[in-house]
Design a protein around this ligand. Structure first.
Ligand code: UTP
Ligand code: MG
Length: 171
């Protein structure tokens, strides 16, 4: 699959922890194009896993997103984004700047998400957290268009995630 992105877009990665969002972002985008909730937590707390830093992290992320979209810079939001209210905050910023919103859904099977999570060296979440994120992710694709995403790209297995290419069009 070749994911087609407008040159100035907000690209929202959506999927449970461990589905490869940050790996995908690092492979296809400049480091400066990616705003990750983990990096923002680290910026304020010196720890990407410090959940107490979440509110500050997202405030920073939203601020940086707005400044980038105002300049027409393509920006990738690397967070789980499985909750509609979290996406609504991002979509409002894109709308304010007249920028297209694109979703890339990391719709991997639950067993793969659980295995990946358990095998991680950097962070292992309780499996109930992965189950919850997976259930939210699995029910979101039909709603994404109505929420305001212009296009939705669904990666349904690990092979599709690693084989996906990204192309940009327009200026
Ligand atoms: P990531 O750290 O890329 O996942 O990969 P993520 O979606 O961004 O996770 P959160 O939301 O920040 O928690 C998670 C693990 O899966 C492996 C990586 O090496 C990492 O340990 N991985 C990633 C693979 O095994 N294959 C892949 O194609 C991508
Ligand atoms: Mg990540």
């Amino acid at each position: 699959m070749t994911i087609q992105l407008p040159a100035a877009a907000m690209v929202v990665l959506l999927g449970p922890s461990g589905t490869g969002k940050s790996t995908f972002a690092a492979r296809h985008f400049l480091p400066t194009e990616v705003l990750s909730s983990d990096a923002m937590r680290a910026m304020v707390a010196d720890d990407p896993n410090d959940q107490d830093a979440t509110d500050a992290a997202f405030e920073l992320l939203h601020t940086a997103l707005g400044f980038r979209l105002a300049r027409g810079r393509l920006t990738v939001v690397d967070a789980t984004n499985v909750e509609a209210w979290a996406r609504a905050g991002l979509l409002a910023i894109a709308r304010r700047h007249g920028v297209a919103a694109v979703a890339v859904v990391f719709d991997l099977p639950l067993d793969v998400c659980l295995e990946r999570n358990a095998a991680r060296s950097d962070r292992v979440l309780p499996s109930r957290a992965i189950r919850r994120q997976h259930a939210l992710m699995a029910t979101s694709p039909p709603a994404l268009g109505k929420e305001g995403f212009e296009s939705v790209w669904r990666l349904a297995d690990a092979g599709s995630v690693s084989a996906a290419a990204v192309e940009r069009f327009g200026r």
